[in-house]
Ligand binder design. Sequence first.
Ligand SMILES: *Cc1c(COP(=O)(O)O)cnc(C)c1O
Ligand code: SF4
Length: 349
Amino acid sequence: MTHWKETLQDSVTKPATLARHFKFDYTVLDNACARFPMRINRYYFDLIKEVDDPLWKQAVPDPLELEDKVCIPDPLGEERLSPVPAIVHKYPDRVLLFVASECAMYCRFCTRKRMVGSSAMCVNEKSIEEGIKYIQETSSVREVLLSGGDPLLLSDKRLNSILGKLHSIPHLEVIRIGSRIPCTLPMRITKSLATILGKYHPLYINTHFNHPRELTAEAAKACARLAGAGIPLGCQTVLLKGINDDAQTLKKLFTGLLKVRVKPYYLFQGDLTLGTNHFRTHSSCGVDIMKQLIGSVSGMAIPTLALDAPGGKGKIPLTPDYIISTGTNLIFRNYCGEICTYPENGTPL
Ligand SMILES: *Cc1c(COP(=O)(O)O)cnc(C)c1O
Ligand code: SF4
């Protein structure tokens, strides 16, 4: 089997290379590609079947990225919430720690599109040390989320060192890693990586699959390896127009994730990130999909649909409306649309 580093090395980064495999006018992509980097590693590239299919749309630039007149570079206000460059501290008890600036593939809808994969994202040994020091000195932080960029693109040695330092902080109770690598470069999940990660429990990984076609045998093997090391796996999916914005596709994805031991965690409404407006759905689209899924598929397969509020105001769950009225009785609709009654405590039956 080829080493993951070779698969990553063998990445498509120029539109002209795409044109060797697919028939289309690649010159229209040059500007978008110069503004926001493209990297499609060999593994993910081989999953693309045709121009404009759901995997193509996630990986290949679109001229529309430069025509976005609505969105803004940092919609979640992360820069304002950053006490030191490697940390975003929004909620009282948990922080993001940026440990990497690169990814195995650059997703066109990325929330940190303004900096991921470019020199605008400055992550180095010094910034990470500073971030760890901030956590050591901030006793309200009980959970750290390693993010970036993709933390699992770091070397085993580097990850081991960072995780070791975090693990020894007494008030830090949980380590969480956000990584798209089980989906985009599953061969990176080697036995030795799983062994290292397994030393730092309680450690959780939230991965990121957006389409059932990403659930390959290789991805399943990567997830099995992580789960086998005792790591609970979650998935943060992004709702993307023209890619997965229908109930059938998401049902297949979410039930498929359960089969590879990944629990769907969040389904995100698109952020207002500059260059991604063409992926955004109306908020009613996600709510309507949730309505179709809740009750008709396993509750284990149902994520929370969430909107990350602009300006760093936090994640807001968007839930279908079941309640019709409140008072002496709670009147509501069930998943089939039938009207039901629940008498409140104190209401005579
Ligand atoms: C999303 C996010 C978290 C984690 O939120 P959960 O609801 O616990 O998954 C933490 N910090 C920041 C800045 C975030 O954006
Ligand atoms: S893997 Fe995550 S951080 Fe990296 S480009 Fe994709 S969405 Fe952005």
